[in-house]
Ligand binder design. Structure first.
Ligand code: SF4
Length: 382
């Protein structure tokens, strides 16, 4: 049997010889920029936990010139769910005799007092699911009420929206919506004067839904180069090279390096489902505050499956961030995990204090697991 196309692509996108050529070009471009623009540091932000995983796992920071700082932005969809919304899920599990269904990543993220995992250990009916279809199946097998804790960026929203729009969810199932949108978060970051950036690596997975066009504002309105890219190490290196080429030429634009998966308009059908079922609302991001038009809520037509309405839950006080935890700064790219004094001391993957140390997409968890902290260089010191 011949080699599959997927295996061919993976081999090509991990080829050390190609990586070396790209790194050489990156070094040349950095030298030009340093000479021409007198740049001492070039800050590139990505906004996807999987990009941070690729960068850290493959040691990409270590093969780039020190002038380049790859900064993790708001790329972890469970890290930004406010404690208030976790508290809602916990309350349903403990006080309403309903089955709460959660993704594994969300299950261990601390709320104000406890996580869903803690709620389960206290007798709450909580189960982990692999996806929405799994949640639907588990709800069907449950005699009482079932609630799906719907978190995630644009990638997880279409499946739920299509099930709801096509009336395919069982009558005992409702949804606790905590979805967030990545584009408004990036818009917010680009307005922060204390987070100066030179370029953006746009998230590949999210862009399969939004389309590359969703990121064109970065070049058009903010004058920064932006590259949509995939998740192999050479995808990331190509994105860095493209950003530097644009910086050298002084011509910021949007480049789609991930055209094998992302089109300009994205998944139009998926977006239609999302807009049919959800409305865009101002939404709270954990420890950061309310960002305009950055979240989703079920439309009135679907209020009969809205868990907040069914269970009439009200959380008046909540604690997003434990004293000393720097998760909000890490999510916004103002700090790195090593800037937190609790990193790998009081806060570890086994005993996480903050949300960023829980999920496989959380920057602290990734650095803890793969040693992204080896260089131990703080963004603040640059
Ligand atoms: S190391 Fe822990 S406490 Fe510190 S920022 Fe990360 S998650 Fe928060």
């Amino acid at each position: 049997m011949g080699e599959s196309p997927v295996s061919r692509i993976i081999k090509a996108y991990r080829d050390p010889a190609i990586a070396k050529l790209i790194c050489n070009r990156i070094t040349e471009l950095v030298k030009t920029l340093v000479k021409k623009e007198k740049k001492e540091i070039i800050k590139i932000m990505h906004v996807c936990g999987t990009h941070e995983h690729t960068i850290t796992y493959y040691g990409i920071r270590d093969v780039l010139p020190e002038t380049i700082k790859l900064i993790a932005g708001p790329g972890c969809p469970v890290c930004i769910v406010p404690a208030r919304e976790i508290d809602e899920a916990v309350k349903i599990a403990l006080e309403h005799d309903a089955l709460v269904l959660s993704y594994g990543d969300m299950y261990r993220v601390p709320g104000s007092k406890m996580s869903l995992a803690n709620a389960r250990s206290m007798g709450g009916n909580v189960q982990v699911v692999y996806g929405f279809r799994d949640a639907v199946e588990k709800s069907r097998k449950t005699k009482g009420k079932a609630v799906f804790f719907a978190v995630g960026f644009e990638t997880t929203q279409p499946t739920i929206a299509s099930y709801v729009a096509l009336n395919k969810i069982p009558p005992n199932m409702s949804i606790l919506v905590s979805h967030r949108l990545t584009v408004p978060a990036v818009k917010y970051i680009l307005k922060q004067p204390d987070i100066p950036l030179d370029g953006i690596i746009a998230p590949g997975h999210v862009s399969t839904i939004t389309g590359a066009g969703a990121w064109s504002f970065i070049a058009e309105d903010c004058g920064l180069p932006v590259v949509v890219t995939g998740f192999e190490p050479i995808d990331v290196l190509l994105a860095v090279m493209d950003l530097l080429e644009m910086l050298v030429k002084g011509k910021p634009k949007i480049v789609n390096e991930y055209s094998r998966a992302v089109s300009w308009n994205g998944n139009v059908r998926a977006k239609e489902y999302i807009l049919k079922v959800f409305k865009v609302v101002d939404a709270d991001w954990r420890g950061i505050g309310v960002l305009p038009e950055s979240g989703l809520a079920l439309r009135e037509t679907y209020s009969s499956i809205d868990a907040r309405k069914i269970f009439n839950i009200r959380i008046d006080r909540w604690i997003d961030v434990k004293p000393g935890c720097r998760c909000p700064d890490i999510i916004l790219g103002r700090a790195e995990p090593t800037d937190c004094p609790m990193f790998l001391r009081a806060c570890t993957p086994e005993k996480p204090l903050g949300a960023c140390m829980v999920s496989s997409e959380g920057t602290c968890a990734i650095w803890a697991k793969y040693g992204g902290y080896r260089r131990n260089v703080s963004i603040r010191d640059q």
